[in-house]
Design a binder for this molecule. Structure first.
Ligand code: HEC
Ligand code: HEC
Length: 384
């Protein structure tokens, strides 16, 4: 009798597995973790991981005087309360959606078109871009030399006062910005709890609902989502065309990766250029071998699927307002829209409403609550 009661109690408090996963599916699901993955400093950035540079980069990130008009900071578009995105469909000349900066340290390419191959180059670009912060190397360096607190932060991070060479000072500021952004890492999610339990053959944690389990089954099975969204970050870190319209407005199209490769080749702020701090160029192989192909036209980077609860709207142009819209896009996919040559991975899934709900529930299980982001201590206390 006692044993029976105990069994009943177990059944009540331990949500059972809603569905079975095959051995292959389990192996695939286990490869979506652990979270977070290992972290290495960026060899192309000598201040990556250094506390003084992180503190200085954090101050720069919120510094409105870095804007060309003296009134715009990175945080105006990358808001801590929105997982460092901005909730708007698009900004800049190509009206692209502002990406979250959480977990950015694991990217290989930066920007929707991968025009940058380092986080520091990606941090310099918005400062100089006329349609973003519209500043200049001279203005950035001038501010860091003139302002006693910023000059002190620079000295702590780089061991010298801002140099006379504007470009060197501005690139170093971007390297400090990168060091700060590398610390933005999202917390483990309900899915991660489930994955750990699965690996240890333990009961399913209550916060990973039966609906989310069914969504996961679709994600790794019929939906074939894991062909592109895999690994702990749920991205293959490369570029595809999934048929999101790329016309920005009449007469203007967003070429996506095709433009990204051309920009990368034109830039000297790359892993192979003179500002990389890694003489061995140990992380530069992909940059060296990038090829410009016709199929790159209209391709965009496969985004991570973590933190989506905080980063609506979705896609490179923010054209889909909700996660339901995003899943419906794959369900109703118009194959004629897939303009890239040879993209044969996708076909319309024709999902039922229940299946769409399940996929949405699974996608939501990949987000954790955001931590508060407290005001920073001043980088340097400069005596008057
Ligand atoms: C006017 C709004 C705006 C401002 C200001 C801005 N950004 Fe962005 N940021 C964007 C947009 C839009 C993109 C996507 C650009 C693209 O794909 O070409 C982006 C992309 C990025 C990325 C790449 C994200 C990814 O997933 O690859 C990083 C990193 C970044 N910004 C950092 C910064 C930093 C650092 C600053 C300040 C120096 C800054 N941004 C200022 C709007 C902004
Ligand atoms: C062929 C590769 C590929 C497959 C398969 C794929 N995706 Fe995507 N996914 C992408 C690309 C590329 C984008 C960005 C497209 C753009 O912005 O133009 C994207 C974007 C998304 C987004 C928006 C994320 C954001 O931050 O804006 C979601 C959500 C998403 N995919 C979910 C799924 C689901 C669910 C499936 C399975 C039904 C799936 N994907 C299958 C490549 C793929």
């Amino acid at each position: 009798m006692k044993r029976l009661l105990l069994l009943l109690l177990c059944l009540l408090v331990q949500p059972a597995w809603a569905i079975d996963f095959s051995a292959d599916e389990r192996a695939l699901i286990e490869s979506f973790g652990p979270w977070p993955p290992p972290m290495q400093p960026d060899p192309s950035n000598r201040v990556s991981g250094r506390a003084e540079a992180i503190a200085f980069g954090r101050a720069l990130f919120f510094e409105q005087r870095l804007g060309g008009d003296g009134k715009q900071s990175c945080a105006d578009c990358h808001l801590p309360a929105k997982a460092w995105s901005d909730g708007k469909p698009g900004t800049g000349g190509l009206l692209r959606n502002t990406p979250s900066l959480l977990d950015i340290r694991w990217n290989r390419w930066f920007g929707w078109d991968g025009a940058q191959d380092t986080l520091w180059a990606q941090s310099l670009r918005p400062l100089l871009d006329p349609v973003e912060m519209n500043s200049s190397l001279a203005a950035i360096a001038g501010l860091l030399r003139k302002d006693a607190t910023l000059a002190c932060g620079y000295r702590q991070a780089f061991g010298t006062a801002p140099e006379a060479d504007d470009e060197r000072v501005a690139v170093n500021a971007a390297k400090a910005l990168a060091a700060f952004q590398e610390t933005l890492i999202s917390a483990p999610t309900p899915f991660d709890g489930f994955r750990t339990a699965m690996a240890a053959n333990q009961p399913v944690p209550a916060e990973f609902s039966a609906e989310a389990q069914r969504g996961l089954k679709l994600f790794v099975g019929e939906g074939q989502c894991a062909v592109c969204h895999f690994g702990p970050g749920f991205t293959n870190r490369e570029f595809h065309d999934i048929g999101i319209p790329y016309a920005v407005r009449p007469g203007l199209v967003d070429p996506g990766r095709h433009l990204g490769i051309r920009r990368l080749r034109d830039s000297h702020y790359t892993l192979l250029g003179p500002f990389s701090d890694d003489p061995a160029r140990s992380t530069g192989t992909e940059t060296r071998h990038v090829d410009l192909l016709h199929r790159n036209w209209g391709e965009f980077r496969v985004p991570s699927l973590r933190n989506l609860a905080h980063t609506a709207p979705y896609m490179h142009n923010g054209s889909l307002a909700t996660l339901r819209d995003a899943v419906r896009h794959y369900s109703e996919l118009n194959e004629e829209r897939l303009h890239a040559d040879g993209e044969k991975l996708l076909r319309p899934l024709n999902l039922s409403d229940t299946q769409i709900d399940a996929l949405v529930a699974f996608l939501l299980s990949l987000s954790a609550a955001l931590p508060d982001f407290p005001e920073a201590e001043p980088v340097c206390r400069v005596k008057p």
